[in-house]
Design a protein around this ligand. Structure first.
Ligand code: NAP
Length: 499
């Protein structure tokens, strides 16, 4: 179930938000600690969905700053008025149980909140709360490390009664999204951005649309993106849409990871079925996998992980995707006015190709082009890195401003220069682009970079990074599920979110 907290500070707004929330949520939480001169009877009469009444004191992260007797009296009133649920803080339970909850339909949620950390004694806290006469236990902690989510998962797996549990904060978002898979009785989502009642709460539309959180169950398989940052990524919307369209009971979430070793070790406990990997972990993740595909090993970077019966296997789909795009796959060429890729077939054997950059993507493309027997030259801001990559691949390197570097048929930008928000930058000056060149920018945000705009003006054939992005995502999906998704659907979703 999804619960929307109502955090209005007057009755009229609370009634309005309760009506709106009831259209999309399963349960509404009336945070009466926010409401001045609350009319609880009126609010409960107007409910159309089950209601949790919460009167959180300041000491537990709430707004109620009156006396304890007054606060408890309001909770008792909620029970008398037959609220569906009343949330009672773990240290106030003795006041409520003794004289109010017998023979009433109200369910008592006994709650524990920790805004600083996810403490080590979670099991003891659970035991204490579960023995307090609660119908439902609520344990909410702050994630200081993404691995704190694993401890919440383990707590939920071991519990014998209904438990609401998740981590707060940015690093806890996954426990809120995966609440059904983790086994939490419910999760909280805000009515809209700006109306959160706790840190890390995402809005109901994102929960329902991006993550399709209501469709998951305890058997849903989990996939995700490892990176830092990850909040900007369109991969969750792409993979979750593909899972829905192709009838997989799976969910894809972003993992913001600082320390890759700790993450890979702890998250094995969740049996995550596959990962995408992005900056800065594409290289460092290799040390934490069981097997590496030979091409990914050569490249020295992994962007896809498949969990095969507990064995984590690393692949690199950037390489395959870039080569497919450069070879000019038929369906990519004919896309009406929205041409995502090249307009003529390119046979790469013997072609002169200059790659700008010597990072992960440049490496993937260079090794792929080498297999196609192209004549490759690497140029890079840090020349030693260009030389090193050229040595590994067995190709040429040149200094960035060596005029011969741009004596080429295909020019590939594999740097972030020109990427949002610095969209007016370009790695190569316009006057160096010649009409017979094919210019491929791996950047996909924006879809048309300054480099591509300049190249078009100079009469070059241009390729943007979106099709490569779609191919690498499709190849990941196929490695995970065995099914090839539609490139068109991926491009459409990406285009819609980036345009
Ligand atoms: P990376 O490993 O960090 O490498 C970045 C490269 O860009 C390095 O060679 C770096 O040069 C160079 N660079 C960075 N800032 C520069 C600047 N201001 N001027 C000149 N050179 C600069 O990154 P990556 O993983 O290879 O990704 C590179 C880009 O590829 C991304 O930004 C993204 O736009 C694109 N990409 C596209 C796809 C797709 O599917 N279309 C997938 C992944 C990535 P130094 O060695 O001198 O630092």
């Amino acid at each position: 179930m999804i619960c929307i907290p109502i955090i209005a500070n007057n009755l009229a707004d609370a009634l309005h938000d309760m009506t709106e929330a009831s259209k999309v949520a399963d349960i509404v939480e009336l945070r009466i600690d926010y409401i001045k001169n609350v009319d609880l009877k009126r609010l409960l009469e107007k409910r159309t969905k089950p209601v949790i009444v919460t009167n959180r004191p300041v000491r537990e992260g709430g707004k109620f700053d009156g006396g304890e007797e007054e606060r408890i009296a309001l909770l008792k009133l909620a029970v008398q008025l037959q609220a569906d649920y009343v949330d009672v803080e773990h240290d106030s339970m003795q006041h409520i149980r003794r004289d109010t909850v017998h023979r009433v339909p109200t369910k008592i949620i006994v709650s524990y909140h920790n805004f600083r950390e996810t403490p080590n004694d979670l099991t003891d806290i659970y035991k204490r709360l579960s023995q307090s006469g609660a119908d439902i236990v609520k344990i909410v902690t702050h994630a200081n490390n993404i691995t704190d989510n694993v401890r919440i998962y383990q707590l939920l797996q071991q519990s014998q009664m209904p438990v609401i549990s998740f981590c707060m904060g940015e690093l806890g978002i996954i426990s809120r999204i995966l609440y059904k898979r983790f086994g939490s009785y419910l999760t909280f989502a805000s009515l809209q951005t700006g109306k959160e009642s706790a840190p890390g709460q995402i809005n109901i539309h994102e929960l329902l649309n991006t993550y399709q959180a209501q469709k998951q169950d305890k058997r849903s398989t989990i996939y995700g993106l490892i990176g830092n940052p990850v909040s900007h990524s369109i991969s969750p919307i792409i993979h979750n849409t593909l899972f829905r369209e192709m009838n997989f009971n799976s969910i894809y979430v972003p993992f913001k990871v600082d320390t890759i070793g700790d993450f890979m070790r702890e998250f094995r406990k969740l049996d995550i079925k596959g990962y995408s990997v992005t900056i800065p972990h594409k290289e460092s993740v290799i040390n934490h996998l069981d097997t590496i595909d030979p091409m990914a090993k050569k490249i020295g970077a992994v962007n896809t992980i498949v969990n095969m019966d507990g064995q984590l296997i690393g692949f690199n789909t950037d390489c395959e995707a870039a080569i497919k795009v450069l070879e000019g796959v038929d369906q990519v060429c004919s896309r009406g006015e929205r041409s995502f890729a090249i307009t003529k077939d390119v046979h790469l054997r013997g072609k002169k190709v200059t790659i700008v950059g010597a990072g992960g993507v440049a490496r993937a493309i260079a090794f792929g082009l080498k297999e196609c027997e192209a004549q490759i030259t690497i140029i890079n801001r840090n020349y030693e890195r260009a030389q090193s990559l050229a040595r590994d691949v067995g190709c040429f390197s040149r200094k960035f401003n060596d005029p011969q570097a741009l004596d080429t048929e295909i020019l590939i930008n594999a740097t972030p220069v020109g990427m949002y928000p610095k969209i007016n930058e370009t790695p190569i000056d316009k006057d160096k682009l010649k009409p017979d060149m094919i210019v491929f920018d791996t950047i996909y945000n924006p879809i048309e970079t300054k480099l591509l705009r300049d190249a078009k003006t100079q009469g070059c054939t241009t390729i943007n990074g979106l099709t490569m992005f779609a191919y690498q995502a499709a190849a990941q999906f196929k490695l995970w599920t065995g099914k090839m998704p539609s490139i068109e659907i991926i491009e459409e979703i990406a285009y819609k979110h980036l345009a």
